[in-house]
Design a protein. Structure first.
Length: 166
């Protein structure tokens, strides 16, 4: 908590990014193949609610329509002081990408059974961005294998730590 302002600080990177929402379950449920940054088209109260950190992208995905890519199922809570001008919490939000990127990723999602999911929403230099990833769903045995690998790595690190302490 910052003493000067009294506001609680959000997560920040070294690049001056203010992270608003993360999809932590994405790497557990999907094999992440490629990542890309996209701009978000937001309206007034959506931006203010995001600045307060009131967003959830756990069940969100990207849908490619004829008008471009849309972020679907992303929940941005209503801004408390928005009054009658408030936005729809589960509304679809347009993503800003280049035409060649849209064509490339839309083609890959239709032909190979891949999907595009958001990994995080953040502000960079005051502009809302969304990091999206081309992903392939993991099977149950993939998840179990990942857990085994993680456990083995932890045990090996613990053994090395104990060995160094002697």
């Amino acid at each position: 908590m910052s003493r000067a302002t009294g506001k609680q600080e959000r997560d920040t990177n070294k690049k001056g990014e203010q992270i608003v929402a993360q999809n932590r379950a994405a790497s557990y449920n999907y094999h992440l193949l490629e990542r890309m940054e996209a701009g978000l088209v937001l309206h007034g109260t959506e931006v203010k609610a995001l600045r307060e950190g009131k967003a959830n992208i756990r069940d969100a995905f990207v849908d490619f329509k004829s008008s471009g890519p849309w972020l679907v199922n992303a929940h941005i809570a209503q801004y408390m002081a928005g009054g009658p001008w408030n936005h729809e919490p589960l509304g679809n939000r347009k993503l800003l990408l280049h035409k060649n990127e849209i064509a490339k990723w839309a083609g890959r999602t239709q032909s190979k059974g891949l999907t595009v999911i958001p990994l995080r929403i953040y502000f960079r230099d005051g502009i809302a961005k969304c990091e999206i990833a081309l992903a392939q769903g993991k099977k149950q045995w993939d998840r179990r294998q990942d857990e085994r690998t993680k456990e083995a790595r932890k045990e090996a690190e613990a053994a090395m730590y104990r060995n160094r302490r002697r």
